[in-house]
Design a protein around this ligand. Structure first.
Ligand SMILES: Cc1ncc(COP(=O)(O)O)c(C=O)c1O
Length: 449
């Protein structure tokens, strides 16, 4: 076992941390979970931290859940890897597909598995293009929203509407971005509800302008995650569903972050009773314990490919049995432990505290989100809605870590409040108390930079 000093030295010399400069001193080395807790991590020095971000909004069921750990260990003991390419199967992956089919909205019960969210969204977009190409059309353009996040691979990055994620030179051709539903910072300069949903009209105009014969799909998150836990107004998804149907544009709901009870429903699209044509899932599918992801296809797409080779996906690790076993165990817990009900209860309490205690503070401009997919937006000034410099929010994060609280600021200034979904009111209250005192003093972070 390496010493603490060796680990720090090797980390700095050999490990690339994304979204960080290379070679910096590793801030925290986690080694385990606090005895008896599923929400508190312990670092190499024995210091404890409440995981208010659930890592990157994936450890939905909290850390150290024995049921998932045992399922993984047992599966590794039985069969380690069988591909799902060609006509190969294994019991865990087949059962995982069957179990997922019971959870997703009806008509979406066919799954292609992958190892992470980016692979799932990439595969969804490739499937959409292949579907239309094989139908003899030229529909190929993918539309997505500004402020969206769909992943780090070239295609998923191209769909992403946050330009700081466009490493190496921006989106590929045939990707088009439109204003989304971030009403607090409406790109069309409108105000909800007097806007009469002009963003949706703008989306339709874009489809018509590009020519519906050229547009393959719209991909959107039911709630924008990396963009700051931004939930749409209630009309948005039903109106967008209708427009996609009207113009023969496939609708891909990217549920990578919002799925598995995060918003208080098993899948966030259930909040508006809409049915996408494809749906991506990852993160919470195994509560982050094993890399695993899924793309759900509707009956129409599944039937279309019945007499053809399925052209997209096909990764070595698609449907990995160990990931599938973890997903089955996680699904058991979501359903049996009524995790969505806990999210509704704890989420309501957190929201009330955010509105009552955080929103009146001079540097909180808005509270966003649904369920336990929430955020408090930091501003320099409520009137101007000025975005604080990154260095100030980084200072806030650093102070949080000092006090044993782990959180992120999405797109720089939205403090994401996305605790594990099994958190109790008492646990989140402790975290919110610390956060409140930090935010009250945010003025000093601004002065310090
Ligand atoms: C909505 C959404 N789609 C896709 C991704 C990419 O997933 P991954 O990081 O597993 O590749 C993410 C990751 O945060 C996400 O939030």
């Amino acid at each position: 076992m390496a010493t603490k000093e060796e680990l720090e030295k090797w980390d700095r010399a050999h490990l690339v941390h994304s979204l960080q400069p290379t070679g910096v001193e590793p801030s925290i080395t986690f080694v385990g979970t606090k005895e008896g807790s599923n929400v508190t991590l312990v670092d190499i020095n024995g210091k404890e931290y409440f995981d208010l971000g659930s890592q990157v909004v994936d450890v939905n069921l909290g850390h150290g859940q024995k049921e998932i750990i045992d399922a993984v260990a047992q599966q590794v003991g039985k069969i380690q890897h069988i591909v799902t390419l060609f006509a190969f199967s294994n019991p865990a992956t087949v059962e995982c597909a069957y179990r997922l089919a019971q959870l997703v909205p009806q008509g979406l019960g066919h799954f292609l598995f992958a190892s992470g969210g980016s692979e799932a969204t990439e595969t969804a977009m490739k499937t959409a293009r292949a579907y239309w190409q094989l139908k003899g059309t030229n529909k190929r353009i993918i539309i997505s929203l500004w402020n969206s996040y769909h992943g780090m691979t070239l295609g998923s990055m191209s769909a992403t509407g946050i330009n700081m994620m466009w490493a190496g030179g921006g989106p590929a051709v045939d990707f088009e971005h439109v204003p989304g539903y971030y009403c607090y910072r409406c790109l069309l300069g409108e105000e909800y509800p007097s806007c009469n949903m002009s963003c949706v009209k703008n989306l339709e105009n874009t489809i018509v302008g590009l020519g519906p014969d050229n547009v393959a799909a719209l991909i959107a998150e039911p709630v924008q995650g990396v963009g700051g836990s931004i939930a749409p107004p209630p009309e948005w998804w039903p109106m967008v569903r209708d427009i996609c149907t009207k113009h023969d544009v496939l609708l891909i709901a990217d549920e990578v972050m919002s799925g598995f009870c995060r918003t208080g429903k098993m899948f966030a699209v259930e909040n508006w009773n809409i049915k996408p044509d494809m749906m991506t899932m990852a993160k919470g599918i195994t509560s982050g314990y094993i890399p695993f992801a899924a793309l759900a296809l509707n009956d129409e797409i599944w039937n279309f490919f019945k007499d053809k080779y399925f052209p997209a996906g096909g990764f070595t690790y698609s449907g990995h049995p160990v990931g599938a076993a973890a997903a089955i165990a996680a699904m058991n817990m979501y359903v049996r432990d009524k995790v969505c009900d806990n999210v509704a209860k704890v989420g309501k309490h957190v929201r009330e505290r955010l509105e009552k205690e955080f929103l009146p503070l001079p540097h909180i401009g808005a509270i966003h989100g649904l369920g336990l997919f929430l955020s408090a937006e930091l501003v320099t000034d409520k009137k101007t809605k000025g975005i604080p410099p990154l260095a100030a929010t980084e200072e806030l994060i650093r102070r949080g870590r000092e006090r044993g609280l782990l959180f992120r600021c999405a797109v720089g200034n939205n403090i994401q409040i996305t605790p594990p979904l099994i958190s109790t009111v008492e646990e989140v209250d402790g975290a919110l108390d610390i956060l409140l005192s930090l935010v009250k003093d945010f003025g000093s972070c601004l002065k310090a930079v």
